[in-house]
Write a protein that binds this ligand. Structure first.
Ligand code: A2P
Length: 280
């Protein structure tokens, strides 16, 4: 069951340096939540990038001084959105997320408005099919890219795979993808023809669901390609963005290299790009 709290009231001037106000918090499971906050008017970013966000740390026992406690978070909202959205895990003894999970509408969050990252269209050469491979909270940068019209304009087909342990961990992504089809704003911004290019391939590894298994295994034995009716990726036609836990990133990177795809960067666009999902 999800719980969303929103605040439509005017936003007060923040008191912390670089602080933004929380406007919405949604708890998806006892381990996952997302939140939205105000966006500085001057802040520009490319869909798929990340920023440093956080809270003030506890006072130093000796000096009493407080320092910001910041972590890299992928921006889950698209570049055209007035607000910023983030999707996070809750780690009970994690220095930041143990506290961040308790934020409420109206609270302040520190944001360093200097976005960076490699999961951007600029780091990929033109291609026909875009693969977005996520595990767990690695879905976040794709929540941004999936709401960006460019993602569909640049490709004939967009396939997002999301592997989680349990079905409930797919809900944030599944809800977002559903909203792309039903939300009038999305229809207007992206267009039905573009949205028809999107394919969603969710899998779970530790709870029964229509598609069980790690995406890496499902690709290795050909199941994923057969299910989707597409051939194995090739450097001529396919591009990929990867965001998940470290072991997943390494494994899929090796597989993509095996298909002949090469890793790109902002300064040197190629066939695929990788970023590690934030873990506290
Ligand atoms: P598994 O349950 O088999 O470990 P986590 O919550 O640990 O970050 O994992 C998120 C999802 O990523 C889980 O479904 C997990 O599967 C899967 N996963 C972990 N490591 C890999 C890997 N090397 N390749 C593919 N999927 C992985």
């Amino acid at each position: 069951m999800t719980q969303t709290v929103t605040d439509a009231k005017a936003v007060k001037v923040p008191t912390l340096p670089d602080a933004q106000k929380v406007t919405e918090v949604t708890h998806w499971t006892d381990r996952l939540f997302s939140f939205r906050m105000t966006r500085p008017a001057s802040m520009r970013f490319r869909s798929g990038e990340f920023v440093m966000i956080g809270l003030m740390g506890d006072p130093d026992p000796k000096t009493g001084k407080q320092k910001p406690l910041l972590r890299a978070y992928s921006i889950a909202s698209p570049s055209w959105d007035d607000e910023l959205e983030f999707y996070s895990i809750k780690v009970q003894d994690g220095p930041l997320t143990s506290r961040l999970q308790h934020i409420k509408v109206g609270d302040e969050i520190i944001l360093r408005p200097k976005p960076v990252g490699t999961l951007v269209h600029d780091a990929l050469l033109p291609g026909k099919r875009l693969w977005l491979f996520a595990t767990g909270t690695g879905f976040a940068p794709f929540a941004s890219l999936l709401r960006d019209p460019q993602t569909y304009e640049d490709y004939d087909e967009v396939i997002i795979t999301h592997t989680c342990r349990e079905v409930s961990e797919l809900t944030y992504g599944a809800t977002l993808i559903e909203s792309l089809k039903t939300d009038e704003l999305m229809d207007e911004l992206i267009g039905a023809e573009n949205l028809a290019k999107l394919r969603y391939y969710p899998t779970t590894t530790r709870e029964q669901s229509p598609k069980m298994g790690r995406i890496t295994d499902l690709m290795r034995d050909g199941t994923a390609f057969a299910d989707l009716g597409v051939p194995q990726p090739t450097p001529e036609t396919d591009r990929a963005m990867v965001c998940g836990n470290l072991a997943f990133n390494l494994e899929i990177k090796e597989m993509l290299e095996g298909y002949g795809l090469e890793e790109g960067a902002n300064s040197d666009p190629k066939h695929y790009v990788v970023e590690k999902a934030f873990l506290d």
